[in-house]
Design a protein around this ligand. Structure first.
Ligand code: RTP
Ligand code: MG
Length: 141
């Protein structure tokens, strides 16, 4: 499998719980490397732009309100099959449906406050990485 990059966000609920390190540790243990990262407070415009694909969905306003409710930890993860590997580590969107041992099963409270975001495909990963780390993208292989 090819070396890929994916965008991960540790969402406000998990940052507030003080589990950034525990979540990053899971990525590292699974062979993913953090190649860019920053703790940041998203503006409403940034959050709306990031989740633009969901703009017409009924949960969009709640999603944006939640994503700006506190700081987030945004990272680029690199490794073999990084996109799928990260999604596997995250677990299902709804933590009640997430498999035991996944990040969402262990750290998330609800479908809204679900601890992490991860890119879902190569195309979205490229767009999402460029959204937060435009300079890194210039130098990507
Ligand atoms: P994410 O984009 O955050 O990694 O999550 P995902 O791929 O697992 O889920 P997605 O379908 O992309 O939805 C983005 C976020 O919107 C919230 N959501 N709420 N109430 C609902 O039915 C509902 N569906 C989605 C979730 O917080 C989800 O992470
Ligand atoms: Mg998604």
């Amino acid at each position: 499998m090819a070396i890929e990059r994916t965008l991960s966000i540790i969402k406000p609920d998990a940052v507030a719980k003080n589990v950034i390190g525990q979540i990053v540790s899971r990525f590292e243990t699974a062979g993913l490397k953090v190649v860019a990262a920053r703790l940041t407070q998203l503006s409403r415009a940034e959050a709306e732009g990031f989740y633009a694909v969901h703009a017409a969905r009924p949960f969009f306003k709640d999603l944006v309100d939640f994503m700006i409710s506190g700081p987030v930890f945004v990272q680029v993860l690199e490794g073999e099959g990084a996109i799928l590997k990260n999604r596997d580590l995250m677990g299902a969107t709804d933590p009640k449906k997430a498999e035991k041992g996944t990040i969402r099963a262990d750290f998330a409270e609800s479908i809204d406050a679900n601890a992490v975001h991860g890119s879902d495909a190569a195309e979205t990963a490229a767009v999402e990485i460029a959204y937060f780390f435009p300079v890194l993208n210039v130098y990507s292989r």
